[in-house]
Design a protein around this ligand. Structure first.
Ligand code: NAG
Ligand code: NAG
Ligand code: NAG
Ligand code: NAG
Ligand code: NAG
Ligand code: NAG
Length: 461
């Protein structure tokens, strides 16, 4: 995620027409929900250009960053799992394999100038979902889902930085990226989430130990409060940690820790993990729900969520749904949140914007679900979030994530990844970028625009 490199598409509010075709769903009829999901998914995949001749499989076009494509393919894997619709499996498998990179770890060289631990994590979590849902395994001579996740896990473990702040992952992988002096909850949340799920999937205690360690670090350093609030991150210097804190609370941070804690509860059945799951559920209710509907509390009310942030609450829906399967006692509470949010999201999928959407007329999804009508903000984030919250209402009928002793077939490689030898800064063999590249990567920072201008992308200093 690139908060240093933030582009804001502000209010595509011109030229709206609210159309006849809104998505109408009978919520107690799976076929109706699946059909609606298929309509929304169609609109989502229309944003994807990576399967066009000459384009790169796995990339979304500008202004979407690489990590969000990982979020999208994770969504499409779950879409197949929940609906059985194979329409997008071909582009999904192609993208998931094309982007593994030279070291089979989701650090493709093309992304190395800007890729952070969180970016890598969204692709790894997509691969984990593929293993857990028995998404078709790649041909034998190709990288395998479980092995890819283990590679990312191993690299995360090798990047654990005990020299500052008593541990934790930095936001960035590479020294040259701004944010290398920042430790954040989403990067550590990705590590925690895959560690917990690998522990549950493989039964290997090493993963469970890491999940404990990451949780303990997050709480001891204050990024998870005793009320289970999850704060964005902290800056540090060689001599001082923290120097400053960013205490913004984002929905996906709570979600990523919720599902990891639920996976640990499933594995251990311990009271302490149950308490943590319950705490995260309380935080969701306290912070990210308004009038029974999920919302991005920090930026949605002021319409200032950027492209990245417009996708966050969809991942919260994803991890809420996954939690109901591995901690079924949460189903009653969490499924109500999903259903009431999905109902509003579906009514917000009724747009026919003049530009920015290529799905079926009258089915563009807006970003905010609170009003229950199309708000004019379209793009991958709004469309993908709406797809997720709608399709995850199917979770009760869906098969639970497997493990390697309950039908999982994905082949692992516990030794995968490119392991750091312990010297913090020189872990990747390829050359440092040139000065020009550095300027290009570091120069853009974010300014939230106060005014709305239709369909124009602003990039300010
Ligand atoms: C890309 O994939 C989409 C969705 O499966 C499909 O409709 C489209 O025809 C594909 N494009 C190419 C060039 O193969
Ligand atoms: C990297 O970029 C090149 C040139 O655009 C492209 O051909 C290649 O497929 C890309 N590789 C990945 C993994 O994105
Ligand atoms: C599951 O994975 C663990 C750890 O990698 C391994 O020891 C065990 O043999 C595997 N079990 C099965 C049924 O494959
Ligand atoms: C950052 O948060 C931690 C934990 O809540 C707190 O101990 C510390 O004083 C805060 N530091 C700053 C600079 O705000
Ligand atoms: C663990 O997950 C399985 C589904 O995989 C579920 O049937 C079981 O009830 C869960 N265990 C607990 C303690 O909730
Ligand atoms: C368990 O995971 C650790 C860490 O990746 C690895 O070193 C070890 O070989 C794994 N054990 C088994 C039985 O797979």
């Amino acid at each position: 995620m690139k908060s240093q490199l933030r582009r804001i598409t502000v209010g595509l509010t011109l030229g709206l027409a609210t159309a006849a075709n809104a998505i109408d769903i009978s919520w107690d009829d799976d076929k109706s929900v699946k059909s609606a999901a298929s309509t929304i998914a169609y609109g989502l995949v229309k944003y994807y250009t990576g399967n066009n001749t000459g384009d790169t499989p796995g990339n979304l076009p500008d202004p979407y960053y690489w990590w969000e494509a990982g979020g999208m393919f994770g969504t499409l894997i779950d879409y197949w799992w929940l609906t059985g619709d194979e329409s997008y499996n071909e582009i999904t498998s192609q993208a998931m394999l094309h982007q593994v990179g030279e070291d089979i770890d989701y650090v493709p060289r093309n992304q190395s100038l800007t890729e952070g631990n969180d970016d890598q994590g969204f692709w790894a979590m997509a691969a984990m979902s593929a293993a857990e849902h028995k998404y078709p395994d790649p041909p034998k001579d190709q990288p395998q889902w479980l092995a890819l996740v283990q590679a990312v896990f191993n690299e995360y473990a090798s990047r654990w930085d005990s020299k500052h702040c008593n541990g934790g992952l930095r936001w960035q992988i590479f020294t040259w990226n701004s944010g290398y002096d920042y430790k954040n909850s989403i990067s550590n949340g990705c590590f925690f989430n895959i560690a917990a799920r690998l522990a549950r999937y493989t039964g290997n205690q090493t993963y469970a130990d890491w999940a404990e360690k990451i949780w303990d670090w997050e709480t001891e350093i204050g990024l998870i409060s005793d009320k289970h609030e999850v704060f964005d991150g902290l800056h540090f210097t060689a001599g001082k940690c923290p120097t400053t804190n960013d205490s913004t609370q984002w929905s996906y941070n709570t979600g990523i820790f919720l599902y990891g804690a639920a996976a640990m509860y499933n594995l251990t059945e311990s009271k302490s993990w149950k308490t943590r799951v319950d705490g995260m559920m309380d935080d969701i209710k306290n912070k990210f729900i308004k009038n029974d509907v999920i919302f991005e509390q920090f930026c949605e009310p002021t319409k200032q969520c950027d492209q990245d942030q417009q996708s966050f609450k969809g991942y919260l829906a994803r991890w809420i749904a996954a939690t109901t399967l591995v901690a079924p006692y949460t189903y009653e509470t969490l499924s109500e949140i999903l259903l009431s949010s999905a109902k509003k999201a579906a009514t917000a999928c009724s747009g026919s914007p003049a530009s920015g959407f290529a799905g079926m007329t009258g089915t563009a999804c807006g970003f905010s679900w609170l009003g229950g009508s199309f708000d004019g903000l379209v793009g991958v984030g709004p469309q993908m979030s709406a797809l997720q919250v709608v399709m995850y209402t199917l979770v009760k009928q869906a098969s639970a994530p497997v493990t390697n002793s309950t039908g999982g077939t994905s082949e692992g490689n516990p030794g995968g990844g490119k392991i750091n030898d312990g010297s913090d800064d020189k872990k990747f063999a390829f050359a440092d970028p040139t000065m020009a590249d550095k300027a290009g990567a570091g120069i853009l920072t974010c300014i939230i625009l106060g005014s709305y201008v239709g369909g124009i992308i602003f990039m300010l200093n």
